[in-house]
Design a protein around this ligand. Structure first.
Ligand SMILES: [Zn+2]
Length: 351
């Protein structure tokens, strides 16, 4: 486990076992929260799973849903959350369940659990993933490192070679390259690096889409259920803050049109790809509002406060993280106490 994970975990444990999360909830818990999920699927035996934080098991997911039901929190659709925030209807706490990217395991494993619980949820669809033209670059990078014992790469004009035979070396190299790639100043550069690596080490990006993401037909099956809200998550999944303004507009707008053409529902809600500070900021929040999205979500960690009524296209979320699959961590996160500390007690933020 990394040092960062150890620190987060011990913080969550302290807030839980001290009872502080219960004491602080009235103060910091806001009116509810939006949960972020990516993959819900059974555990795999592979020792090299660098994207593991993006997946939880069906068993854990089911326990979270049951626990939410037991604690009397309303699981609501994004439209209902929008209504409550807009009208100031905070009589009951709310939670929204949101799935990013449109992975097939949402249909296979999460959907039956949600259906049985009659729980509404949203899927933010990346239209190029359903079209099999998208670039799941974080999975491509994982595949390149998993399948090779040595990797060559041009970094800052220099040819570098990395050995990655052992699992420990693979983990360390993924960490290093992931953050190198993700922190490139433009999205085009991020993609070019991974595209070259994939071509060089014969990782088929289209096959990754096919393997992991729902087709339009599978999405249509979900879209037909009134429990399901189909949201937009752009065409190509770029880090929007790193592309030109007209591209931001077309990524948001075009994904909405393509989804509407394919599924006959016009998405009213948006999720910013990657969604952290380096990927979505004031400019993106303004454009999403301009384009008429009712709400838009980031991956900035936080619960919902009344103040978010004025920032409906800059909503924070709480991620169900594969490295922290304990109900007590979810309770602490929903209490708002952990995220309040991470955020220096700021509530709504729109910059
Ligand atoms: Zn995404």
């Amino acid at each position: 486990m990394s040092l960062r994970q150890t620190i987060i975990r011990s913080g969550l444990e302290t807030l839980y076992f001290s009872g502080a999360h219960v004491a602080l909830r009235p103060l910091l818990g806001g009116v509810g929260a939006i949960l972020t999920l990516h993959h819900v699927r059974p555990p795999r035996p592979d020792r090299f799973q660098p994207n593991h934080l993006l997946e939880v098991t069906p068993r854990f997911f089911e326990r979270v849903i049951k626990s939410l039901r037991r604690s009397g929190i309303d699981i609501v659709s994004l439209d209902e959350m929008h209504r409550r925030l807009s009208e100031g209807d905070f009589a009951r706490r709310l939670v929204c369940l949101t799935f990013d990217d449109g992975y097939r395991d949402t249909l296979q494993y999460a959907y039956p659990i949600l259906k049985a619980a009659a729980a509404p949820f949203a899927i933010y669809v990346v239209s190029s993933f359903a079209d099999r033209l998208g670039e799941l670059w974080w999975l491509a990078l994982e595949a390149v490192i998993a399948n090779n014992n040595r990797i060559g790469l041009m970094i800052a004009g220099r040819n570098r070679t990395f050995d990655c035979t052992s699992v420990a070396e693979k983990r360390a190299l993924f960490d290093e390259l992931y953050w190198y790639v993700r922190s490139r100043p433009t999205d085009a550069e991020t993609r070019a690096i991974v595209r070259d690596l994939a071509a060089c080490y014969r990782v088929d990006m289209a096959a990754l889409c096919e393997q992991h993401c729902m087709s339009w037909q599978e999405l249509a099956e979900l879209a037909a259920d009134p429990l399901v809200t189909i949201g937009a998550h752009t065409v190509n999944h770029p880090m929007l803050a790193k592309v030109a303004e007209d591209t931001v507009r077309s990524e948001m707008n075009l994904s909405r049109s393509v989804i509407e053409a394919a599924l006959s529902v016009k998405p009213q809600h948006l999720s910013y790809p990657v969604g952290d500070r380096s990927s979505a900021g004031a400019r993106e929040f303004r454009i999403a509002a301009d384009l008429g999205f009712k709400t838009a979500v980031t991956t900035r960690p936080g619960v919902l406060f009344r103040e978010h009524r004025a920032h409906l296209t800059a909503l924070p979320r709480i991620s169900l993280n594969g490295e922290f699959q304990r109900l007590r961590y979810v309770r602490v996160l929903l209490s708002g106490s952990a995220t309040a500390m991470w955020n220096g007690f700021r509530r709504a933020e729109a910059a």
